[in-house]
Design a protein around this ligand. Structure first.
Ligand code: MLT
Length: 267
């Protein structure tokens, strides 16, 4: 399905019962699209509404250009949820999707009943990391997105992952819009440090990561979990950055426990 929000067509899936439990919204990371959440959609759609958008510039959503800030992604998400009349949601974001979830939490706390931060971080990029992202954005625009796909696909899973699993990861990143990826890279490079807002998060929060995450050290999750009141930290062994796929059953168990903690009725 598609909806025009903030002037762009956003693709999304919206499944599961409309009544009862608080809707679950899952925001993909970079450079994925919404079907990366397939194991979670399958696991939770019987019990609750599950909404999965393609962020602007990714998947089947309209292309982006220039810079897409995390605030812009968060505003797109907010407009989509208003369009879908979801009411307040339980929001889970993976990696870049976690940056978006934190921007959403800061801008629209009234729409949040639960927060899950998956293999992500609240800190900003160091200057060298931000410069490297901007260079990668320029390169993607000049030469196409293949280098990004190759660089990211090889680091998404734990070192023990089978080559077939890496091929599956690559297929979840392609086709990739060079302009969309470049815009998100510039947006990530510009994102602010969000550590200081974490003590104000006032909803049940799950912080979950893979013990073998090669892209964002698990210590970042530990840091976030300590800063958020009563956050629950889950570190899954044998999983890398794409923990929701690599250890889908254990990951879904952690999500289910978090969803069971949401304020009722209809949690
Ligand atoms: C992601 O998976 O979304 C990216 O690794 C996030 C990042 O590059 O900071």
């Amino acid at each position: 399905m598609k909806a025009i929000v903030n002037g762009v067509a956003l693709a999304y899936d919206d499944t599961g019962p409309r009544e009862g439990a608080i809707p679950l919204v899952l925001v993909h990371g970079f450079p994925f699209r919404r079907d990366v959440w397939e194991p979670q959609i399958d696991a939770f759609r019987d019990a609750r509404r599950v909404v999965t958008p393609d962020l602007r510039g990714f998947g089947e959503s309209d292309a982006a250009s220039g810079t897409t800030t995390m605030d812009q992604f968060a505003e797109d998400l907010h407009a989509l949820l208003r369009h879908l009349a979801t009411g307040p949601v339980a929001l889970a974001g993976h990696s870049m999707g976690g940056y978006v979830a934190l921007a959403f939490a800061r801008r629209h706390p009234e729409m949040l009943r639960g927060l899950a931060l998956v293999a992500t971080r609240a800190g900003a990029d160091a200057p060298e990391a931000a410069a490297a992202r901007r260079a990668a954005a320029d390169r993607a625009e000049a030469e196409g997105p293949d280098a990004i796909v190759e660089a990211m696909a090889s680091k998404m899973l734990s070192p023990a992952a089978a080559p077939a699993a890496v091929r599956t990861v690559r297929s979840l990143m392609t086709p990739l819009s060079a302009a969309g990826a470049a815009a998100a890279l510039r947006g990530m490079a510009a994102r602010p440090d969000m550590m200081s807002m974490l003590p104000r998060v006032a909803v049940p929060t799950l912080v979950v990561t893979g013990a073998d995450d090669l892209l964002i050290p698990p210590a970042e999750s530990d840091r976030m979990a300590r800063a958020i009141p009563d956050a629950r930290l889950v570190v899954l062994p044998g999983a890398g950055h794409l923990v929701a796929r690599e250890r889908a059953e254990d990951f879904n168990r952690a999500l289910a426990a978090w969803l069971a903690e949401l304020p009722g009725p209809g949690r």
